[in-house]
Design a protein around this ligand. Structure first.
Ligand code: PLP
Length: 344
């Protein structure tokens, strides 16, 4: 049992947080898990319609930090279809901070699709700074150069995925909210399954549970980066967290609390294949919610694989981090999937 005071201390340390949703429900899955050791899903996809759940959690602390900084403009770096770009742009506009986008690509596409179509409703595409792939490794320097040329007002730069220390407090509301779910359910979770892009959400979950000394295993499916990069980032955020808490977490505790996985072949970052869309249709029909082809459908497939292959006992919880708006950009693939289903 984790001490109540420790949980309260951590919640208090995270303040100030913006007043966005930070509680989501969990429910049991029908098609994953076993009656002796069920698998639940945490519906962070329900935190917001337009902003993916994991991003909204980061923004809980990032937006107050940006407002405190006195910035009037914010440069967001990311792919053209990024959940972070479309999500953060919304909250910047709401808070009268001007979003300036540095996006990966040659030039504005004639027919923007998916998240880029939504982003173009928020920020005119003509104002986007397009950075070609060959120059992408220097995008942060390019953003810094841009900031130097605009001396009249303060500008902040947000790296890809809003992976920065200002997002850590917000991200830590995830492990704390999982504890709330356990209380409501009157059951504990022994295994958490989540995906990693930059890894910040997974790192916050690992650090939060490690500091609380919770008996749990966080299974992290690495979708964008390798294990080495994930571990370097974990160590770096561990230092940030320790400074912030004025406390130290032993490396043995952290090591005992997580496992990393690389996704199966069909799941690497980039173009999703037909089996992912079949999974999306299957889960919609059997479970009644939408997965997205970039993150949650891959997590769903990998979690099923892990639960089947390995002796995992106890209650499992999959984190549905949202992002289903990206389905908008995959209409042809979805149409193929439903016609395939009819013939079968
Ligand atoms: C950004 C995002 C992630 C990845 O989060 P990281 O903290 O970068 O690992 C996962 N799922 C969804 C839906 C996202 O938008």
């Amino acid at each position: 049992m984790i001490q109540k005071e420790k949980i309260q201390t951590l919640w208090a340390k995270l303040e100030p947080l913006a007043p966005y949703s930070k509680h989501s429900r969990v429910h049991k899955l029908k098609t994953v898990g076993f009656s002796s050791h069920p698998c639940f899903i945490k519906r962070d996809d329900e935190l917001s319609f337009g902003i993916s759940g994991s991003k909204l959690r980061k923004f809980l602390s990032l937006i107050p930090a940006l407002k405190r900084s006195g910035a009037e403009e914010v440069v967001i770096i990311g792919s053209a279809y990024s959940n972070n770009v479309v999500g953060l742009s919304q909250l910047l506009i709401e808070n009268s901070l001007k979003p300036t986008l540095f996006l990966l690509g040659e030039s504005s596409p004639q027919k923007p699709q998916g998240n880029l179509l939504l982003t173009s409703l928020l920020v005119p595409l003509a104002e986007v700074q397009w950075i070609p792939r060959e120059e992408w490794s220097t995008v942060y320097q390019k953003a810094q150069e841009y900031v130097r040329t605009q001396s009249s007002h303060k500008i902040q730069i947000i790296p890809e995925g809003a992976c920065m220390s200002e997002s850590l407090s917000g991200a830590m509301t995830l492990p704390l909210d999982i504890l709330e779910n356990e209380k409501a359910l009157k059951q504990d979770f022994q295994h958490i399954f989540m995906e990693a892009g930059t890894g910040l959400m997974a790192i916050a979950t690992i650090l939060g549970f490690a500091w609380l000394q919770k008996n749990i295993c966080v299974h992290v499916v690495l979708l964008a980066e390798d294990e080495k990069t994930f571990r370097v980032r974990l160590q770096s955020f561990k230092k940030t967290f320790e400074d912030f808490m004025g406390d130290i977490i032993k490396d043995e505790i952290i090591e005992s609390i997580f496992k990393v996985y690389t996704p199966s072949q069909c799941m690497s970052f980039g173009a999703p294949n037909a089996s992912l869309f079949q999974e999306i249709a299957h889960v919609a029909r059997e479970e009644g919610f939408f997965l997205d082809p970039i993150y949650s459908a891959k997590l769903f497939l990998k979690t099923k694989e892990i639960l089947q292959d390995r002796a995992i006992s106890g209650n499992s919880l999959m984190i549905h981090s949202g992002g289903a708006l990206t389905l908008l950009g995959f209409q042809e693939q979805l149409l193929k999937t439903i016609s395939f289903k009819k013939q079968a």
